[in-house]
Design a protein around this ligand. Structure first.
Ligand code: SAM
Ligand code: SF4
Length: 324
């Protein structure tokens, strides 16, 4: 469907949990997190109902996120329900990769279309500093397992001045050595991310060009998102830049979000949302649910307001609570 700005909305990011097996500094505090109870988060049946209603109004692609989606019990079953029963064109995940090694085979069998793996550094110590727990080798093994199973992967890297500035060139090299697209995501001033010094994507492109030579703007589209890709000579895949802050892409935004507790969110930066859990538990029909989605999506905010500082409707929850 189209919203009031004539944007086609065909993509839903669904957070399946607010829990995570890592504690990345820009996303979660180290201790003292009150996670939602089992009853507060949507069941698989409820997520399935929302997905079917969303499909009715034109959503074709679903990304499962969190928290860490692979820590949700039986996530493989949900992927299969969305792919093989709801017949979504694409069911993808964004994951920290820690559990991929053991799960890649089952994920492939369930019909997972692709995986985005978050990886900010290839240095073991820096990895521990950023994620506060977890082993880099688990992520590297997980990437390998996906490639062996034939699950296409992309790497998402969030560059932060005080942590991984010296890793950017190495991370980009993954797209040279393997068929892995690498995307640099500008840190957004959301939740714990506000405390850190982001590195703009223009600066990263200049750095990569100084090492790998002049890049060409690519026409290839590697995913559903707002990334702008560049091709470097001798690289197997492109290098993408997701520049929400320095190059706002809201005019082509194609997505809405569902939080793990069932709030339909129309924009990451705006608090505004519709409580679908309440409606689902009151027994809303599929037809009514599609209408609720349609009526909400049509009024999707025009853009985020990162440059305005504080806004009235600003989202105050952290990335892990919203679903990144
Ligand atoms: N746990 C999964 C993962 O790490 O991929 C999925 C959830 S995580 C919140 C999704 C993505 O959001 C990760 O790539 C993470 O680096 C990114 N992220 C978290 N906080 C961010 C922020 N303030 N700005 C930009 N990206 C952020
Ligand atoms: Fe967990 Fe992903 Fe947040 Fe890191 S970015 S703490 S892996 S949810």
């Amino acid at each position: 469907m189209k919203d009031n700005q004539e944007r086609i909305i065909d993509y839903m990011r669904i957070s399946v949990t607010d829990r995570c097996n890592l504690r990345c500094v820009y996303c979660m505090p180290e201790e003292g997190i009150a996670c939602m109870s089992h009853n507060e988060i949507l069941s698989f049946e409820e997520i399935y109902q929302v997905a079917l209603a969303a499909k009715e109004i034109g959503v074709r692609k679903i990304k499962l996120t969190g928290g860490e989606p692979l820590v949700r019990a039986n996530i493989v079953k949900l992927i299969s329900m969305l792919k093989n029963e709801a017949y979504m064109e694409q069911v993808t995940i964004t994951t920290n990769g820690i559990l991929l090694k053991e799960m890649a085979k089952d994920l492939k069998k369930a019909g997972l279309t692709a995986a985005n793996i978050s990886l900010d550094t290839l240095d073991r110590e820096t990895f521990s500093k950023i994620t506060r727990r977890g082993n880099l080798s688990d992520v590297l093994d997980g990437m390998k397992a996906c490639m062996e199973e034939g699950i296409p992967i992309k790497i998402n890297c969030v560059p932060v001045r005080e942590f991984n500035e010296d890793q950017i060139v190495e991370i980009a090299k993954l797209a040279k050595d393997d068929p892995i697209a690498v995307r640099f995501i500008e840190m957004m001033p959301i939740g714990y991310g506000k405390q850190y010094d982001p590195i703009s994507n223009d600066e990263i492109l200049a750095l990569l060009e100084s090492v790998y030579g002049k890049a060409r703007r690519s026409q290839t589209v590697y995913g559903n998102g707002p990334a702008v890709y560049y091709e470097f000579e001798g690289f197997q895949k492109g290098i993408g830049f997701i520049s929400a802050v320095s190059h706002e892409f809201c005019s082509s935004c194609n997505r809405v979000r569902l939080t793990s507790d069932g709030i339909l969110k129309l924009c990451l930066h705006h608090k505004q949302g519709i409580d679908l859990r309440e409606k689902l538990r009151e027994g809303i029909s599929q037809e009514e649910l599609s209408k609720v989605l349609r009526d909400a999506i049509v009024k999707k905010p025009i853009s985020h307001q990162f440059h305005k500082g504080q806004i009235d409707d600003e989202e105050t929850r952290s990335m892990v609570q919203i679903g990144g």
